[in-house]
Structure formats: C-alpha cells, structure tokens
Ligand binder design. Structure first.
Ligand SMILES: NC(=O)c1ccc[n+]([C@@H]2O[C@H](COP(=O)([O-])OP(=O)(O)OC[C@H]3O[C@@H](n4cnc5c(N)ncnc54)[C@H](OP(=O)(O)O)[C@@H]3O)[C@@H](O)[C@H]2O)c1
Length: 249
C-alpha cells in the first residue's frame, strides 16, 4: 500500500501519521508546506495535486480549511481517480446531516462528492475531538467566568480516531459509512469545563463556582440538546479529564 494522508500535519492528522507508521506503513503527507515525507500540494488551487497522487494506492482525507472543503474534496477525488487510487477514507462528523451548521452542510456535501467520485471509498464520522472542546474553554481562560451552554458533548481522543482510520484504510472499501465513532462518555458542557479547570490546578469547588451555564436559544442549540452530534454508545480512547490533565502539563 502507498498511503497519502491529506491534513497529515493537523490535529487528527499527526496521530494518524504516527499510527500509520506504527502499523509499518510509510505514509506521505499532503501539505501546502515542504517537510519530511511531505508531498506539497494545495487543495484550494489544485497546484501540485497530480504529482502528489502519483503512485498512491490509498488515501486518508483529513484536510480542511472550514470554508471551501467541497471544492478541495472535488479536486482531490478527481486527482485520486486519475491516479487509480484503490481506497479513499474520508473523515466526517457525527450529525452532519442533522445539526444545522454551515460547516456540517459542507461536510455532508463532501461525503456526497466522495460517494459519487468513482473512487472506492469509506466514510467515518467522528464526534468532537478533545482538542476542540478544550479550545472552547481555553479561549475564555483570561475571563473571570467560563461560559458554557446547556448541551453535552462526547469528545474523543484523536489517537482513537487515528487508530480507526488506519485500520479502515488497510481494509476493503465500505462503499458508504461505517459505524460512527464517539468518545467514551457523553458529558454536559459545564462538567467538561470543570474538568478542564481542575486539570489546570483549580479545586473542584473553585471550578464549579467559575463555570456559568447558559440556556442557548435556537435550532442549533436544540439539535445539540437532542444529542444529534453524539453516537449514543460509549466509544474508545482516553476520557476528556485525562486528556485535559495531559494537555495542561
Ligand atoms: N475538530 C473536530 O472536533 C473534528 C471532529 C470530527 C471530525 N473532524 C474532521 O477531521 C478533519 C481534520 O480536522 P482537524 O481539526 O485535524 O484539522 P486541522 O487541525 O485544522 O488541520 C487542517 C489540515 O488541513 C490541511 N489543509 C488546509 N488547507 C489546505 C489546502 N488548501 N491544501 C492542502 N491541505 C490543506 C492543513 O495542512 P497544511 O497546513 O500542512 O497545508 C492541516 O493539516 C476535518 O475534516 C474535520 O472536519 C474534526
């Protein structure tokens, strides 16, 4: 297998490259910047794409700029089809067909582009990464209070997502979605904020006093409250509190 990982320099991309290496593969990374094992290409413009796909048999597609992913994915699958790629795995997000967010609509569009591409494919949807949930609290670290919403998340360790991606890309194309992947627990956002603060040295009582819960109005909050972005089943990987403790060190 000659494996190419788009977005291999990103949050889930780095552990995916590591997991592929640990599995004895020698992945290349599609990136806009030069580096070790990089194949330089830009999915936004298409520059360098045919050369980046040369000789590639398997692709894990993780690249995103959160604005023009549909066009980037179209360019990638066209190049993959021309190069004769045998299996492309696309990472999407749980609930992209149910949660009314612009980014989710574009992820759903990308799923469709991959499915219509003619390249044998598998789509994996995952829940929010621990890093994403942690970033919601980190953005407020200089404020006297941490504002949270009355919604829950099922955050997942990127190492667990990476392991699943590498196992999928080494197997046969599903020709559709495989089971959604979520973290070990669905937890209310205020509780996650408290865990994040405790990991940064606050006592449990101080953390509880610091966190404010706000009942968010609107369709988006209602979709989150209904848990449309979660799998409903406990999944693999370290829990958020453990990740937060490691990230704080
Ligand atoms: N964040 C979450 O909680 C979450 C949950 C489930 C699924 N996902 C999905 O997981 C995937 C990866 O997310 P992430 O958070 O790991 O992303 P990230 O950290 O923001 O990394 C984005 C990656 O995309 C690459 N990239 C951006 N624009 C590019 C372009 N024009 N051409 C080529 N490469 C480009 C970047 O590579 P260079 O800078 O090296 O070019 C970088 O490696 C996304 O599809 C996302 O929707 C995310």
């Amino acid at each position: 297998m000659t494996l190419l990982i788009t977005g291999g320099t990103g949050t889930v991309g780095r552990p995916t490259v590591e997991a592929a290496r640990a599995a004895g593969l020698a992945p290349s990374i599609l990136s806009r910047r030069p580096g070790a094992d990089h194949r330089v290409a830009d999915l936004r413009t298409g520059t360098g794409l045919p050369a980046a796909l040369e000789g590639v048999t398997n692709v894990v597609h993780l690249a995103t700029n959160r604005r023009s992913d549909a066009r980037a994915t179209s360019r990638l699958v066209a190049a993959a089809r021309a190069a004769g790629v045998e299996h492309l795995v696309y990472l999407s997000i749980v609930g992209v067909d149910a949660v009314p967010l612009g980014y989710y609509r574009s992820k759903l569009e990308c799923e469709g582009i991959v499915a219509q591409s003619g390249v044998p494919f598998t789509v994996l949807r995952a829940t929010q990464f621990h890093e994403f949930v942690g970033s919601l609290f980190a953005a407020q670290r200089r404020l006297p209070r941490v504002l949270t919403l009355d919604v829950s998340f099922q955050p997942i360790d990127t190492g667990a997502v990476a392991a699943r991606l590498v196992s999928l890309v080494g197997g046969p194309p599903a020709g559709g979605r495989v089971d959604d992947l979520g973290g070990p627990a669905v937890l209310p956002m205020p509780e996650l904020a408290e865990q994040w603060l405790v990991a940064r040295g606050l006592s449990a009582a101080d953390a509880r006093r610091r966190v404010v819960e706000w009942r968010a109005p609107g369709r988006l909050a209602a979709a989150y409250r209904a848990g449309l972005h979660t799998t409903g089943l406990p999944g693999p990987g370290i829990p958020f509190a453990e990740w937060a403790a490691a990230a704080a060190r």
